[in-house]
Ligand binder design. Sequence first.
Ligand code: C2E
Ligand code: MG
Ligand code: MG
Length: 592
Amino acid sequence: MDKPKADILVVDDKPENLHLLSEILMVEGYNVRKAVNGKMALMAVNTVEPDLILLDIMMPGLDGYEVCHALKCDLHLTKVPVIFLSALDDAFDKVKAFRVGGSDYITKPFQMEEVLARVENQLMLKAAEKEILELNTRLENRVKERTRQLEEANARLLDMALHDRLTGLPNRTLFMERVERAIAAFKTEPERRFAVLFLDCDRFKVVNDSLGHLVGDELLVAIARRLRERLGEDDVLARLGGDEFAILLPEIRDRESVTAVAGSLLDLFSRPFQIHNREIFINISIGIALNHAEYQKPEHLLRDADTAMYRAKAFGRGRYYVFDPPMHQEALDLLGLEMDLRRAIDQQDLTPYYQPIIDFKTGKIASMEALVRWKHPRRGLVSPGTFIPLAEEMGEIGKIGTLMLSEACRQLRRWQEENRAEESLSVSVNLSVRQFAQPDLVGTIDEILHDSGLNPECLRLEMTESAIVEYPESALTLLQQLRERHIGLSIDDFGTGYSSLSYLHAFPVDTIKIDKSFVNLLDGTPKNLGLIPAIIGISKTLNMVAVAEGIETAEQLAQLRDLQCDSGQGYFFAKPMPPAQMAEFLASDPRW
Ligand code: C2E
Ligand code: MG
Ligand code: MG
């Protein structure tokens, strides 16, 4: 049997009508169900939903209008078309029929063709409606799918723009965005703290150059993975480019918690990386910048972390360094100072000041120390503590040393010629450790002595213990050569450096200068003599002269005299002074 064309419910209280209608419809291939009143009709539709309802109006109990209204109120059944049946003599209200949701109506007695035509019409309409609905849903789904694809493509593009291709990590742009977010969060919650770490591989170039870029790339991927695993979920690890990485720790407790993270990251590099069956050891240096209110821009944090990273490298790689705010200023200052210093050396803006050294036996000036001064056009007198280390680093200390030597020798020789200085008066010039590496040092000294005409016995050179410890062999040869010329040799700042007494007797030095930090402690009581008696004892045993530095009070002088110290210098006698003043001082021939 063919599948019925549709399922039709016929509702009529007259059995003959029911019979007639169902006969015709069944002949046409419809499946027909019958109901003799409204109540039964509602039950029938609720059991199986029909495709169409033929509904009589005049029925005992619920009439057709009421049944239709009930159907249309039911969400599931509202789409079922209803064709009303009405007798011509019924008081049929067409308007009411349509208002309660009827789709059409047929008047009795039935015209069979009409019944079939109207039924088919309604079923076609219903089918068309259904099709439109389906098409609509399909269209909607298509649009949704295309939108999703577009969104996905957009997200991929965005992802590519914000991530590093090699490692898949966030790139600089994304990193900066995250730091910016952290800065914003800090503004609303000022107690919130975060940190930016700048990481740079040490000697990565060596790997790249010797093993090739492919190995280099794989190493970077492995490094990225190792770092990522160690970090927390909210921490942002980014590759800035090359062998540089950056980390944002968006929520930290304090400085120590950050350095702990940095330390644990450094630990990751104690194990080698396995790349192509090869073990590669590599280190990183880490610079750390901690947030504070002055940071307005992410670039500034990264810049300072970068500066700190360079510090870490300067201190010997494979370590971390925390940026402190004065560092930026310091770096700038130093840069300015460096340029100024070069100019000052060329223009000879450096001059010696002189500080007398008193012989405690005679109480008279026995010697003087030449101390360099820089007359800076803007900063005024700059103390050697600032620029001597800088000059050493710049490799310019040799020039300063030569200048001081020749100035001091010429000055003393002139005073001798003018009878302002006794022939026994000597001048001490400080020698930097770095000058020990200067190959022509002895030659230069010879030349200066020759040019000035000063007796070598009137010149003494002061050097710190570190010079001897750092260059033991060249120092020994050098000192012997100087000794042969009868130039005096002093160990400066004794007791502050390596204090290795063992070398003292092996080197031809004749004077020990007791550092002012010891003299400083002398307060007139016997309590704080510290190492002074021991140092004086050694000097006596080794037949050397002991000179105390930094004597500022009469009590200190008295105590040093009691301890048999030979001589001394300090503000108590005189501060370092320019040559003209020193000449007057010499002329006044003071006694203590
Ligand atoms: P130094 O050779 O130990 O010089 C003694 C320092 O102590 C001088 O500081 C001097 O001014 C200071 N001083 C002297 N008496 C007193 C005192 O009673 N109390 C205190 N508090 N200080 C006193 P200055 O001139 O600032 O020199 C510092 C250091 O710079 C020198 O220490 C020396 O190591 C180095 N220096 C100075 N001139 C030269 C130079 O021409 N060449 C080299 N290579 N280094 C130099
Ligand atoms: Mg000195
Ligand atoms: Mg000293």
